[in-house]
Design a protein around this ligand. Structure first.
Ligand code: ATP
Length: 201
């Protein structure tokens, strides 16, 4: 059976930590296809230094290029709130006979059962997670058990954590520090060319 790895995030911007996490689960699951899905940020949500969805998409495309990954604008294009349950349902219809894996970071994984319609999320995908802190693994394993009790599948792996965040990238740009070690080279070039993240918002 084909396997599709889906990774959703704000990706403001996508950074080496995101790429590393997706690459690890690509290997672990043996997925033939990796799909990055930048999320739609509702207009009322305050996100420090948020750039347009088009910029976030473009940077994901640059990071995906060369790895054979793909990027979907399905959540960004949706007029209504972008629920993971809808995204996974739509993907499962688009890719029949394909096993879906949904990658989350520690923070997202630990709240998954309180998201919109968690039963539908668990129906369509195995949830993958890796710790983002030293104490994270035990919490993830305990939460994976909860997911299993709800009838879902969870795949927790202690993959090496790359300590990078989008917040760190944005603040590096603002303070004129080099971001070459934090984001893929093409993303660093795109940030510079488009003068992104220069002004604190
Ligand atoms: P911000 O700093 O703006 O909050 P972020 O770096 O957490 O952003 P998101 O796009 O919000 O990036 O992350 C999407 C998912 O990827 C989240 O579940 C997050 O936990 C996870 N993630 C982000 N950075 C890393 C990293 N370095 N290692 C592992 N997981 C990560």
């Amino acid at each position: 059976m084909d396997k599709l790895l889906v990774y959703g995030g704000t990706f403001n911007p996508i950074h080496n930590g995101h790429v590393h996490l997706a690459a690890c689960f690509e290997k672990i699951t043996g997925a033939q296809k990796v799909l990055l899905v930048p999320t739609r940020v509702p207009p009322h949500k305050e996100v420090n230094g948020l750039v347009s969805a088009e910029h976030r998409l473009a940077m994901c495309r640059l990071a995906a290029k060369g790895r054979g990954w793909q990027v979907s604008d399905m959540e960004i294009r949706r007029a209504s709130p972008s629920y993971t349950a809808d995204t996974l349902e739509q993907l499962s219809a688009e890719f029949p006979d394909t096993k879906l894996y949904f990658v989350t970071g520690e923070d997202m994984f630990l709240t998954l059962l309180s998201w919109h319609d968690p039963a539908r999320i668990l129906k369509y995908a195995t949830i993958c997670a890796a710790p983002r802190s030293t104490s994270g693994l035990d919490r993830l394993l305990a939460y994976a058990e909860k997911i299993r009790q709800e009838g879902g599948k969870a795949l927790v792996r202690d993959v090496q954590y790359l300590p990078v965040s989008s917040t760190q990238v944005r603040s590096a740009v603002q303070t004129h520090r080099d971001v070459q070690s934090l984001v893929p080279p093409a993303v660093a070039a795109y940030i510079a060319q488009n003068s992104l993240y220069r002004e604190p918002k």
